[in-house]
Design a protein around this ligand. Sequence first.
Ligand code: SF4
Length: 116
Amino acid sequence: MNPLANRRLFLRQCLTWGATGSTAWLIACAGTKKQPVAKATAAATDPCSDLTGVDPTDVQKRKSLGYTNKSPLPDSQCDNCKLWVPAKEGKECGGCLLFTGPVNPEGHCTYWAPQV
Ligand code: SF4
């Protein structure tokens, strides 16, 4: 089921039973809190992997270019690529001129080109 639909159903049940003064149901509702999804956990450990809000076309583009967060070639990383967009001050992730979304400085893709 759609996670938003689950959340709406959960809130509706809590409000309905809370309005009738049923403490037991409120406790039961509190016990059904959903666990955070694995994607959020991955984003917390590597902010450059968080593609929340990124256009699906760009997500597909980075996949088709073989983008990876860790370059298999130590001398060919995103932060020494011609298409690299440096991270803003205080930020961990930079960007790429080919697609939107966060890019790991140690990443790599098949379009890597040396800076001149
Ligand atoms: S073109 Fe590829 S290697 Fe270069 S910055 Fe973009 S993602 Fe990284």
